[in-house]
Design a protein around this ligand. Structure first.
Ligand SMILES: Cc1cc2nc3c(=O)[nH]c(=O)nc-3n(C[C@H](O)[C@H](O)[C@H](O)COP(=O)(O)O)c2cc1C
Length: 280
């Protein structure tokens, strides 16, 4: 039985491993400029294997696949599928993390088991595992001094990337990492403060004052950073009548809700085609 009046246990003191890990996480930056130096394929296999050991897997089903793209010509094509983001071409490696129930379904069939994992729930199970592995891999790669950047364009180009990588049914890309040796040392990006997103026992709904306080630093730094991109960005903000970071985020030049609605419909259609959603 626990004593409700007992003081909470003291926080454990950070040992050397915890301190090194905290430093590693504090050093994280998304890298968008890479040296041409290659990355070794066998080394990447080792890092991925270690990262997978360090990642939980729903039901230990292991419904993920990772496709390594080293070949320059293939990366150049992937670059076009990733909306021309230059680091896809520039970095020596692209890792595409896939939600994959294809292999598991094949195993079930070969063992005369009841078919399964061809549904929306299984899509989420496999997609979450793929994201967990991607993030563990990111930290593992960064621990070796490599740089990474996630490619959110994987979602909007799901079908074309799946075709290009010759993914089977019940297997779709969830996210990608470009990987290589950093050729830039960007400043650390700010995050919302802990009070904004860590809740005690129950969700604390933000008041208008909370929103003002919690977003103040992001609004200032984000606005400064975007407007420092170049005069074209300043002109674009003026042309679209954007006066704040919030307005920028849902403007036609960032995350346009109309475009996201189109993307959402396209993702739904791909999930149907590839067997994760019942035919409409
Ligand atoms: C799922 C996901 C998708 C992302 N997609 C892109 C992308 O397509 N292009 C890009 O330049 N950065 C992308 N990023 C990187 C974010 O912009 C970056 O993590 C964020 O600005 C915080 O910066 P930091 O990672 O340096 O701390 C993505 C990050 C995540 C988690």
């Amino acid at each position: 039985m626990t004593d409700a009046a007992a003081p909470p246990p003291a926080a454990p003191e950070a040992g050397p491993t915890a301190q090194a890990f905290a430093r590693l996480m504090q050093a994280h930056r998304s890298i968008r400029q890479y040296k041409p130096d290659p990355v070794d394929s066998a080394f990447i296999d080792r890092v991925l294997t270690e990262a997978w050991a360090g990642s939980s897997s729903s039901g230990n089903l292991n419904m993920v696949s990772v496709v390594k793209s080293f070949d320059a010509a293939r990366r150049a094509h992937l670059c076009t599928l990733h909306a021309g983001q230059p680091m896809v071409r520039q970095a020596p490696l692209v890792l595409t993390f896939c939600a994959d129930t294809h292999r598991t379904r094949q195993w079930l069939a070969q063992r005369q088991a009841r078919p399964g994992f061809a549904d929306f729930h299984s899509w989420h199970v496999a997609a979450f595992d793929a994201m967990i592995l991607a993030q563990t891999t990111s930290l593992a790669l960064e621990s070796h001094g490599l740089g990474i950047c996630y490619m959110g364009t994987t979602m909007s180009s799901m079908r074309t990337i799946a075709d290009f990588l010759e993914l089977p049914p019940h297997c779709l890309p969830v996210t990608s990492l470009v990987v290589g040796w950093p050729d830039e040392a960007p400043a650390q990006r700010d995050r919302l403060p802990p009070q904004a997103w860590i809740h005690e026992e129950r969700y604390h709904r933000p008041t208008p004052q909370d929103i003002d306080t919690h977003f103040a630093q992001r609004e200032q730094r984000g606005r400064e950073r975007y407007l420092a991109v170049g005069p074209e960005m300043v002109t674009a903000w003026q042309q679209h009548g954007i006066t704040s970071l919030a307005q920028y985020y849902t403007s036609p030049i960032k995350y346009d809700p109309d475009v996201l609605a189109e993307n959402s419909a396209a993702i739904e259609a791909v999930l149907r085609e590839r067997g994760f959603l019942a035919p409409g």
